[in-house]
Design a protein around this ligand. Structure first.
Ligand SMILES: O=C(CO)COP(=O)(O)O
Length: 263
């Protein structure tokens, strides 16, 4: 991770934990991570929509330093879109982040780069920080095309945004073959794509903007591998799935991202 960018550890809970379980997990993570860690790392939890109000109540009531966000949002702001959630609602609930274009939504819900771009714009309209996800499937990696694939996905997902808007985005590189498989990318593999992402951000915006954008790695991140991954010059933290559901492990990997000591 390079100097000026504060690492970000984001726990994507996916469709796990009800609102009561969410309160318990947030309290445990906060207890394990005293304030000193938050000077060196931003920690956020990304629970299901139905948990967010409860998480807000705990974070506000206990004045916790961790933030929270949502796993998706609508590209629209309001109206006849049954089942959709507006960025306006998420902003009102105090969300900081919203994940956009996760591979599970791209694959299972058919989200194209155009949809991801529209959702990214919706997030920015409401003052939310989009965590824009990209990543290749195994066949692309086996063909050796991971860099061009991810750069194209990034450019299409951020097309037409101003440099100022790009400066407000977080990018998450999540190789699909590493998600939930226990098969983590090597630190060199993560750096290869995250470095190419930063070069592409400089082309879309400018060098100064690209130098400030946080680029995360995601896919089977845990307390054992987060140190190596985060030591890469263009990896600024992690989007964590399974390991974010265990308070001790999530707190430990957040503390490692902060440069220690272990909690
Ligand atoms: O998809 C992920 C986070 O968004 C990664 O999930 P795992 O950490 O469970 O592999």
């Amino acid at each position: 991770m390079a100097g000026s960018r504060k690492p970000l550890i984001a726990g994507n809970w996916k469709m796990n934990l009800n609102h009561l379980e969410a309160i318990a997990l947030v309290q445990k993570i906060a207890f394990a991570l005293p304030a000193k860690y938050f000077e060196k790392v931003d920690v956020t939890v990304i629970p299901p929509f139905t948990d967010i109000r409860s998480v807000q109540t705990v974070v506000d009531g206990d004045k916790l330093l961790l933030t929270y966000g949502a796993q998706d949002l609508s590209e629209h702001d309001s109206g006849a879109y049954t089942g959709e959630i507006s960025g306006a609602f998420l902003a009102k609930l105090g969300c900081t982040f919203v994940v956009v274009g996760h591979s599970e939504r791209r694959t299972m819900h058919g989200e194209t780069d155009e949809v991801v771009l529209a959702k990214t714009k919706a997030a920015l309209r409401h003052g939310l920080t989009p965590i824009v996800c990209i990543g290749e499937h195994l066949d692309v990696r086996e063909a050796g095309n991971q860099v061009s694939h991810n750069v194209e996905q990034l450019k299409a997902s951020l097309a037409g945004l101003s440099a100022e808007e790009i400066g407000k985005v977080v990018v998450a590189y999540e190789p699909v073959w590493a998600i939930g498989t226990g098969r983590v990318a090597s630190a060199q593999d993560a750096q290869e794509v995250c470095g190419a992402v930063r070069t592409a951000l400089a082309e879309l915006a400018d060098d100064a903007t690209a130098a400030t954008v946080r680029v995360l790695y995601g896919g089977s991140v845990n307390a054992k591998n987060v140190g190596d991954l985060g030591a890469q010059p263009d990896v600024d933290g992690a989007l964590v799935g399974g390991a974010s559901l265990k308070a001790d492990e999530f707190a430990t990997l957040s503390a490692i991202a902060a440069g220690g000591p272990l909690p």
